[in-house]
Every structure is written in C-alpha cells, then in structure tokens.
Design a protein around this ligand. Structure first.
Ligand SMILES: C[S@@+](CC[C@H](N)C(=O)[O-])C[C@H]1O[C@@H](n2cnc3c(N)ncnc32)[C@H](O)[C@@H]1O
Length: 221
C-alpha cells in the first residue's frame, strides 16, 4: 500500500509518446531540426560523444530510435548491447535496427525502486532521457540506479535539455512549456546546478559542458 503522504509519480507520460508513428518522425524532428534550430546543440556533438565513450559492453537507457547507437563503430563484431526502456515500441524498433549485434531488451523504468540485476557495463548512454522524467519525481534517483549498473571503471555519458536558467527563442520556449504541460518533458526545474548536484551525489568524478540548451555530461564512479 502506498504511504498516505506519498505523491503519485507518473513516469509513463515521458515514454508513452513514442508510438511507432512518432518514432518514424523522431530522428528528423529531434536530431534533424530541433537540436539545431531550437536547442542550439548540433547533433554532431552528440554523435562524437557516443563514438568516444561507447564500449563493447554497453547499456543504452532510453533507446528511442537508436539514432546514435546505429552510427557507433564498435571494435568487436559482436559487442554486448543491452537496450533498456519503459516503452516496448522503442525496444522493438532499435532491436530491429541493430539486429546484427543481437541486442537484449529490458523493459524498465529507470526511476522505479525495483531495478533489474544485470552483469555490469563498461559504458552506459543516458541521452535525452533525464529531461523526460517527471518534474515531481526524485530525478536524482535515476543516476543512483545508473551508477549501480556501471563497472567501477566504467563511464556514463549523455546529454539532457535544461529547462531552468536558460535562454530560448520564443518558439523554443513555447514548445518546451507545451512539452512540460503534456508530461513529454519534466525539465522545468532542471538547471545546470540541479544536474551537477545529481551527478555529484552519485559519481566521484564528472564533467558537464553546456552547449545551447543541452548539458552534455560524462561521469565515472
Ligand atoms: C527523448 S527519447 C531519447 C532517445 C535516444 N536516447 C536519443 O537520444 O535519441 C527518450 C527515451 O527515454 C525513454 N524513457 C522515458 N522515460 C523513461 C523512464 N522513466 N525509464 C526508462 N526509459 C524512459 C523513452 O521511452 C524514450 O525512448
């Protein structure tokens, strides 16, 4: 039974929007247009981040369309790749797209108190997921869970769109407000400082670089 004072957290909204149709439009809208014209974080910066840090023992949390994962050159024919998402559409789409790697799929809410037990990973990507988690949740918990999946010398990397203390053009501002209203984003309180404190609470070393509205991060245990 839920604690009488607990607040119901709906983590579904940040994942439910990714229907098969939405996923067909996603790469064009997000990585083709929005990154450049709304968030001012060129997609090539995220591609470079993936290529630099992905290893042959990789966990992809928040799989989406697998846009970046598909472009990474692994230096083993059969890297171990595990896809994790709350939404099964994304697991299906990405599993097909990178079928040659025979990825495993895990349905999991990264904020749930019940996290699966998995052999640990050398790299974990958590890209454009933190801003989808609900604003009224303890979002720091996501990093606690991610750290638990990481080997002692492994690396966590990704980016998130900040929603607080940032400058946006009027269209981007309106769209971000709408996404927050619909629960697609939950980043209204996500400042650079909030991200930094979440990383500092869970990792001994981290780097954050702000590019436009995006905070690109890398963290080590
Ligand atoms: C904006 S997409 C990012 C996709 C991809 N990482 C990228 O960079 O293009 C967010 C992804 O996170 C997933 N997601 C949202 N909330 C989640 C949660 N609580 N637990 C696990 N995955 C979640 C969504 O289903 C979706 O696949």
């Amino acid at each position: 039974m839920a604690h009488p004072l607990s607040v119901a957290i709906n983590t579904q909204a940040g994942a439910a929007v990714y229907s098969k149709t939405a996923l067909r439009l996603y790469d064009f809208w997000v990585h083709g247009l929005s990154n450049h014209y709304l968030w001012h974080c060129p997609t090539v910066q995220l591609q470079a981040l993936y290529q630099q840090h992905s290893t042959n023992n990789h966990l992809e949390v928040g799989a989406g369309t697998g846009y970046f994962l598909k472009q990474v050159t692994f230096n083993r024919l059969k890297p171990r790749i595990v896809l994790m998402d709350l939404n099964t559409n994304t697991l299906e789409v990405v599993s097909k797209a990178i079928a040659h790697y025979q990825p495993a799929g895990v349905v999991n809410d990264i904020l749930s108190v019940h996290q699966p037990v998995l052999p640990l990973f050398d790299s974990i990507a958590f890209n454009y997921v933190w801003h989808c988690l609900p604003a009224n949740a303890n979002k720091e918990q996501a990093f606690t869970h991610l750290a638990q999946f990481l080997k002692p010398d492994g690396v966590l990397f990704g980016a998130t769109l900040l929603g607080k203390d940032i400058k946006l053009n009027p269209f981007a501002k309106g769209l971000m407000a709408l996404y927050n209203q619909k629960g697609i984003f939950g980043n209204q309180d996500d400042s650079y400082d909030a991200l930094e404190s979440a990383l500092a609470a869970n990792f001994s070393r981290y780097e954050i670089r702000q590019v436009g509205t995006a905070a690109i991060f890398t963290a080590w245990k």
